[in-house]
Design a protein around this ligand. Structure first.
Ligand code: UN1
Length: 500
């Protein structure tokens, strides 16, 4: 199926129709590599639009939850097939609205495809338990049930992957959805919605409301008909989301900040570790929750590592992600670029050593976008702000350490706990690290990025609130357990405790 032409002026998708926002106002979606290019105008939705979307989702819920899960899944299979056909077009759309290089936006669409297939498979699984009862002629089991209307609030850094992480498990377990994409990357969610609609998703089952967080996201948090909320974004906003969900006891999943580390031991394959640090630190311009924004290196190999790492970082080509020779694209927007510049100044003031980078790129074509040099600070103290706070940009802090225990203390000495990596050939240290690193994800001899869709994704400490996305773990968030006892004895049987 060929990709349909995308309009320039977009609408919300509510109850199976593309409709204008009540406010009549729009938000510009511009290319961060070339701000002169307008990708599209998207609705600036408000509470009225969100309420309409929630009503539609509520109206569609009973029929959808009663549709057999394997039938729900067939729609997901079809959606995945269409995504495969349109992968190239949607990847290009994504690079234009988000800036990351084409190889990475292809990966983003691929991640959506993988997640859609995975969750389609769950249509025929969603296993519960059957177990003996303590009483004769009695059957005991547990089944997953849907929750209701799911409110999904998405970030801009994985514009199709993360909406699919949330929408696919929500849909296959029988929930209906209202999704609010990030205002910087609405087109990729438009594309995903278009595909699901063509794949046969019934009207009202998934609704898209475009707009910003306070106007179009917040109304999802307080609405009595929303049963669960999933949010990916900053820890600061996550706290607001959590508090807003608390009074009505909404199920609330939060995926927030990270300050992920790569530990390089003295027995590591140093070239491999350099490869990992470059990719982990500067892939997606450092704009991943899982980005390796800290690299801790054993003193014995410190100078050799820094020399090799800095040489590789200096050679990265920054530019428009549609150019195949580009290694790293721009920051997502002006505000994010300013945050990066602010932290570079903080690093200098803290007297970290600026090993490379440190400047906005403004000459020539760079001047049209939000570009920043890939930047490395070396000789960092682990307590420095650049080694503690999430920057979400192309800035890496390199920290020397004396021994394994100190490396672990550095790794765990931050408020976040998403992803960590260790490069070592010592099996004992590898196993100790996977046990003692306080993160939801650990890599050995691989960088902090690159999570696969069929395993749990998420973090501890100020990164998460106890739930996981991806894999079977996602089903635990998007469904409720129901325990069912069937007594076929034809008499009142009291449970063991009531007969004691
Ligand atoms: C994110 O950084 O927000 O593991 C998600 C990875 C990707 C997902 C990252 N598969 O880097």
């Amino acid at each position: 199926m060929a990709t349909p032409a995308r309009p320039k002026v977009f609408k919300n998708f509510i109850n199976g129709e593309w409709i204008e926002a009540r406010s009549g106002k729009a938000i510009e979606n511009r290319n961060p590599a070339n701000t002169g290019e307008l990708v599209g105008m998207f609705p600036a939705s408000t509470e009225e639009d969100v309420n309409l979307a929630i009503d539609a989702a509520k109206g569609a819920y009973d029929k959808w939850r009663l549709t057999p899960a394997p039938k729900r899944a067939e729609i997901l299979y079809r959606a995945a097939e269409i995504l495969i056909e349109r992968k190239e077009d949607y990847s290009r759309d994504m690079t234009r609205e988000m800036g990351k290089v084409l190889a990475e936006t292809r990966g983003d669409v691929q991640e959506a495809i993988d997640m859609t297939y995975l969750m389609a498979g769950e249509g025929r699984r969603q296993f519960g338990q059957t177990t003996p009862s303590e009483l004769p002629n009695k059957f005991a089991m547990s089944v997953r049930t849907s929750v209701g209307v799911a409110g999904l609030i998405c970030p801009w850094n994985f514009p199709m992957a993360i909406p699919s992480w949330k929408a696919m498990p929500a849909l296959v377990t029988g929930n209906t959805v209202v999704i609010k994409p990030a205002e910087d990357t609405p087109l990729s969610t438009y594309n995903l919605m278009q595909v699901l609609s063509e794949a046969g998703l019934p009207r009202g089952v998934m609704n898209v409301v475009f707009g910003d967080g306070p106007e179009a996201g917040a109304p999802l948090l307080n609405h009595k008909d929303v049963g669960l909320v999933s949010f990916t974004g900053s820890t600061e906003v996550g706290r607001i989301v959590s508090q807003a969900c608390a009074p009505s006891f909404k199920k609330c999943h939060l995926e927030m900040g990270g300050k992920n580390i790569i530990i390089v031991m003295d027995d590591a394959n140093l070239d491999l570790a350099v490869d990992g640090a470059v990719w982990g630190g500067f892939g997606t311009s450092g704009q991943r929750c899982t980005a390796a924004s800290r690299v801790a290196v054993h003193k014995k190999v410190y100078s050799e590592f820094v020399e090799k790492f800095v040489a590789r970082v200096k050679a990265l080509k920054v530019g428009d992600g549609l150019d195949p020779s580009t290694d790293m694209g721009p920051c997502i927007n002006e505000q994010q670029l300013k945050t990066v510049m602010k932290y570079v100044q903080i690093g200098k003031d803290e007297t970290a050593k600026l090993a490379t980078g440190g400047n906005r790129l403004e000459s020539g074509a760079w001047g049209r976008g939000w570009f920043h040099e890939p930047t490395v600070f070396s000789d960092c103290d682990p307590k420095m702000r650049i080694a503690q706070e999430e920057i979400f940009g192309p800035v890496v802090a390199v920290i020397p350490f004396e021994d394994f225990d100190e490396a672990l203390d550095i790794a765990n000495g931050v408020q976040y706990g998403l992803s960590a990596a260790i490069y070592t050939r010592n099996v004992n240290n590898a196993f100790r690290a996977q046990r003692d690193l306080q993160t939801g994800i650990v890599y050995v001899n691989a960088p902090t990025i690159g999570a696969e869709t069929h395993l749990p994704f998420g973090g501890i400490k100020n990164t998460g609130n106890g739930h996981r996305e991806s894999g079977e773990a996602a089903l635990d968030f998007y469904s409720e357990w129901k325990t069912v006892y069937i007594d076929y004895s034809d008499r009142l049987q009291r449970a063991q405790i009531d007969n004691a």
